[in-house]
Design a binder for this molecule. Structure first.
Ligand code: NAD
Length: 512
């Protein structure tokens, strides 16, 4: 029995207890990318199960929305502690199911704990009805209320399976909604662990459902029946779901793909930049939406940065185990290995130079791939513009900062960037990058973990944001209730339309 099996037993018992099903269903296997072993099975949901989950969630939500925002926040507060009480089991489960190394699994559970604490503190203030000025001072007033939407659907991917199933759901729950989560079929157990923990934290029954199965089967009934869709995944799927959400007129927020750039400018702290760039490329074996796939190095520091970076990439310890000392794990699946291999082989065939890696590592795990550095990459190569989602980075030499900014922005995506430079200059360069988050002198953590700040994608990388106030308020229906205190705002007796329009004109001009 491995640590993975043990974590399943301790956290979940049987997967069946935590998945909403209306009848007996066919089963799918959970295969661990660490050793290719089939570990357990779970029931595959049908559309009827989605209907059942949403119906039960909707019923439970009517009571939940009447609880105080402080009581709801208390659940999040307890959850942020529970994550640490169950840290070992969670790390083992996420690693076993996804294949990532321990430190990258740790980033996931930290994200959940931080998000839970942040919204536990912030939600009551955000949800309080707010008085705003009415149109006529002293004679009118307006109050903005934030009502929950009802049932929020969360469709999540496999790459950060615990936090992406749970963190957005936490904001939705804090705002008074119920949640139905549809995780990726490769990583259902991590979403079930999320359900176990929120219920241990005191979330009443039926407010958090998990339906497991194919997106194309469960997506349509979920979108049809929910009141908001939070999607994290590929841009291709995001576009399809946007159409469905549009047809149903339900709110939609999407965190999508990227082709993230890292800039090493002439005044970069080179030693730190090398370390940061390695982390930015290899985190979760590059299967991180905000990981780096393009590095632009200013001519002045190319000869200093590149050899050191290549050396550091060659030293990355790739493994398939539960040790804290392993730097990078295998890819999650055969499909992912095929995509990564195809991108690299296409680049090689068209003349790219491989400075490090460039091959699978089957002796480590069935889908392991070496940390790979390419140069001489040209625009006709797939790797130049398409998201690889693996530990593969292309290095480009640029004349100066202006060229680095222009080339970083020359992408259909706009998710994340990292810039290595003087910190003061970094702010102004960062603001010129077309990406939803930019980290200065850090791989990605400083922007990602800024819970007060919004996070998400520009261009084809997304719509809407998570984190920050907007990450919670998007799960509410803002309502304005305004009162005319003395007299309705309409023509008073004896004044007439013309006189009234003169008064109003004077008043509106005075407001300019
Ligand atoms: P994917 O779009 O294939 O799948 C994501 C989820 O959508 C899964 O649960 C899947 O079952 C579901 N799905 C697929 N087709 C569907 C359909 N027709 N209807 C409803 N649901 C459907 O993405 P993936 O390959 O699993 O994830 C990797 C992608 O996600 C990468 O592009 C990555 O950059 C992106 N991602 C983005 C963020 C972010 O925050 N911006 C975070 C993580 C991953």
């Amino acid at each position: 029995m491995t640590q993975f099996d043990d974590a399943i037993v301790r956290l979940l018992g049987s997967a069946d207890s935590w998945i909403t099903t209306a009848a007996h269903r066919e089963r799918a296997e959970v295969v661990s990318p660490l050793d290719g072993r089939s570990v357990t099975t779970y029931p595959v949901c049908e559309p009827d199960d989605v209907t059942l989950a949403v119906t039960r969630a909707r019923r439970a939500q009517t009571s939940w929305q009447k609880t105080s925002s402080q009581d709801r926040a208390a659940v999040l507060s307890r959850l942020s502690q529970l994550v640490w009480d169950w840290e070992k089991e969670l790390l083992d489960l996420i690693q076993g199911e996804n294949g990532k190394v321990r430190s990258h699994a740790f980033e996931e559970i930290s994200d959940v704990a931080m998000t839970a604490s942040h919204y536990a503190k912030r939600a009551p203030a955000l949800l309080k009805p707010t008085r705003v000025p009415g149109p006529l001072p002293l004679l009118s007033r307006a109050t903005v209320h934030h009502h929950p939407l009802g049932v929020v659907a969360v469709i999540s991917p496999w790459n950060y399976p615990f936090t992406l199933a749970l963190s957005d759901a936490l904001a939705a729950l804090a705002a008074g909604n119920a949640v139905v989560v549809k995780p990726d079929s490769n990583t259902v157990l991590s979403a079930l662990a999320a359900k176990v923990l929120v219920e241990k934290a005191g979330l009443p029954a039926d407010l958090f459902h998990v339906v497991a199965g194919r997106g194309s089967v469960l997506g349509p009934p979920l979108i049809k029946n929910c009141d908001y869709l939070m999607f994290t995944g590929s841009t291709a799927t995001g576009r399809k779901l946007a159409v469905q959400a549009g047809e149903e007129l339900v709110g939609f927020s999407a965190e999508l793909g990227g082709k993230n750039a890292l800039l090493v400018l002439h005044d970069a702290p080179i030693r730190r930049a090398v370390k940061g760039a390695v982390k930015a490329v290899i985190s979760n074996a590059g299967q991180l939406c905000i990981s780096t796939e393009r590095i632009y190095v200013e001519d002045a520091v190319w000869d200093t940065f590149v050899p050191r970076f290549v050396r550091a990439m060659k030293k990355v310890r790739v493994g398939a185990d539960y040790a804290w000392s392993t730097d990078m794990g295998p890819l999650i699946s055969a499909d992912q290995l095929t995509t990564v291999s195809e991108h690299v082989e296409d680049a090689k065939a068209k003349g790219a130079t491989v400075l490090a890696g460039g091959e699978p590592l089957p002796h480590i795990a069935p889908h392991a791939y070496a940390p790979t550095v390419l140069t001489d990459v040209t625009d006709d190569m797939v790797v130049a513009r398409s998201e690889t989602f693996g530990p593969v980075v292309s290095l480009y030499r640029v004349a100066d900062t202006e060229e680095a900014i222009a080339r970083a922005n020359d992408s259909e995506y706009g998710l994340n960037a990292s810039i290595w430079t003087n910190p003061v200059r970094g702010q102004s360069v960062g603001a010129r990058i077309e990406a939803g988050t930019v980290s200065i002198n850090d791989a990605y953590v400083v922007a990602w973990a800024s819970m007060h700040a919004p996070m998400g994608g520009m261009k084809a990388s997304g719509i809407g944001r998570r984190h920050g106030d907007t990450g919670l308020l998007k799960y509410t229906e803002p309502q304005t209730v305004a009162t005319s205190l003395v007299h309705p705002i309409q023509v008073p007796p004896l004044i007439g339309e013309r006189g009234w329009s003169r008064i109003m004109r004077t008043f509106v001009k005075a407001w300019r």
